[in-house]
Design a protein around this ligand. Structure first.
Ligand code: OGA
Ligand code: MN
Length: 296
């Protein structure tokens, strides 16, 4: 039986859907996987309620979408990991499962997720999809917002679209973390954060739809001054994250959400560190640079 896909977002019939009638803990048929890819092409964000998964099942399901990134961007946690390398640890827990102190640099660094971003846009070949599973959630807070970057592109006026086309941006965690006040990095960390080149407008490899490719990691437009780059990128991000393009997900335990980083941005809304939030994410590696996807 094919999964049942229903639009979930009152603001849009083609951004965010709920998927039911499928158990992600089981192996999937190629028909189901194709149906999920097609649903992602249309909706860009899929919410699967009530999916109780072990880490191994989460990883096995993720591999249907492509090769997995290893959680190396998460460099603050490298020496002290709670989860295996295929899983990004989106929690306020330390290696022993105890809650991190509020002032723990690892927790503070992870607040970068509260800036609008696209996962791994700081990698030369950025991520395609992210798959996040909610294990423990705070009583009221900890929502995640998603913005539709295809709709944002379509809604730009012609003049601004022309200004964007052909532009190459540079992305690095130095920019995004710099915005949070992290400015001191060891030399090896700086080397790991050398800016990479990305297209400002990209065409999706499957759907061929154009979208704005923005992220908190973007800090420069090539050939522009830094201040002019920053102002223009900020203006574009303000446009793209207007409420009409945004869906806010209120998590339930065992929700699994897949989003397409090639067509969306997202941000964490945050929560009180008195509470525990345990979320785990796999990330599907990209196969080409966004520079290969620039509209002609
Ligand atoms: C992520 C992320 C947002 C959140 O997992 O990539 O940005 O709300 N998460 O935890
Ligand atoms: Mn993220």
């Amino acid at each position: 039986m094919l999964p049942e896909v229903t639009p979930l977002n009152p603001k849009s019939t083609n951004f965010v859907a709920k998927v039911e009638g499928i158990s992600l803990s089981e192996p999937q048929t190629s028909e189901t996987v194709e149906a999920l890819f097609n649903a992602l092409d249309t909706f860009a964000v899929l919410v699967f309620p009530n999916q109780v998964l072990t880490d191994e099942q989460h990883i096995r399901f993720s591999r249907y979408f492509g090769d997995l990134e290893l959680a190396t961007g998460d460099y603050m946690k490298q020496d002290d990991r709670r989860l295996q390398m295929e899983l990004n640890d989106i929690s306020n827990l330390d290696r022993t499962g105890g809650k991190m102190e509020a002032a723990d640099p690892k927790r503070l660094f992870s607040l970068g997720n509260m800036l609008w971003h696209s996962d791994s846009s700081f990698k030369a070949i950025p991520a395609q999809y992210s798959i996040l599973s909610a294990k423990i959630i705070p009583a009221t807070e900890g929502d995640t917002e998603f913005a539709d970057m295809r709709a944002a592109w379509r809604a730009l006026d012609e003049k601004t679209q022309q200004k964007c086309l052909g532009q190459v941006t540079r992305h690095s965690q130095l920019y995004s973390r710099g915005e949070l006040g992290f400015t001191e990095f060891r030399e090896d960390q700086q080397e790991a954060m050398v800016p990479v080149r990305q297209a400002l407008v990209r065409r999706h490899p499957r759907t061929k739809n154009s979208s704005l490719y923005l992220s908190a990691h973007a800090g420069l437009i090539e050939g522009w001054t830094v201040p002019e780059s920053r102002i223009f990128l900020k203006r574009l991000a303000e446009h793209a994250t207007q409420r009409e393009f945004v869906y806010r997900h209120k998590w339930s335990v065992n929700d699994l959400v897949i989003w397409d980083n090639q067509a969306t941005m997202h941000r964490a809304m945050g929560y009180d560190n008195k509470e525990v939030r345990d979320m785990r994410r796999t990330t599907i590696a990209g196969v080409t640079s966004s520079l290969e996807e620039m509209p002609a």
